[in-house]
Design a protein around this ligand. Structure first.
Ligand SMILES: Cc1cc2nc3c(=O)[nH]c(=O)nc-3n(C[C@H](O)[C@H](O)[C@H](O)COP(=O)(O)O)c2cc1C
Length: 138
């Protein structure tokens, strides 16, 4: 398959360090510099325990970035939920939009659902669709 065909990747991981606004800002700064250079867009959701991220862009660029991210010691147990060709971008406005669920009292439901998914090791298509929905609507 042509390596430049638009693909979408979703993964979930466990935080290996304290997730703070400073950490998320550092990731966001790095992503907002690097991702546009590689034609990558996406979104990152973070709770105090887990990250869920969607990356979209040319397949080779998405895979190269994912290789980097996977080796990042700030998280572990990285589970790729999907890597698929996509007809178009869903996160066109974000080189990397970051949404944190760290201390927002009113978002406890989202935090609970994300942490529940974060505790799973395998995922059904329905669960992956639900996470994709959360990435889009968050
Ligand atoms: C949860 C998480 C998401 C990340 N997302 C991105 C991203 O979208 N783009 C990016 O360039 N780096 C991202 N990073 C940072 C990379 O893992 C890595 O630190 C960065 O690419 C620098 O790699 P280098 O040390 O090989 O230069 C993320 C890190 C974490 C922990």
């Amino acid at each position: 398959m042509n390596q430049s065909v638009l693909h979408q990747l979703i993964y979930i991981s466990d935080a290996a360090v304290a997730v703070t606004q400073e950490l998320l800002s550092a990731i966001k700064d790095r992503a907002q510099k690097y991702n546009p250079e590689k034609d990558i867009t996406g979104r990152l959701l973070a709770t105090d325990r887990h990250f869920v991220q969607v990356l979209e862009g040319p397949k080779d660029a998405v895979e190269a970035l994912m290789n980097n991210i996977r080796q990042d010691s700030r998280h572990q147990n990285v589970r790729i939920l999907s890597l698929r060709p996509a007809d178009g971008r869903q996160f066109v406005h974000w080189s990397m939009g970051v949404k944190s669920y760290l201390d927002a009292q009113e978002e406890q439901d989202m935090i609970q659902v994300l942490n529940m998914y974060g505790g799973c090791q395998s995922f059904t298509e329905q669960q992956i669709s639900a996470l994709e929905f959360m990435l889009k609507k968050a």
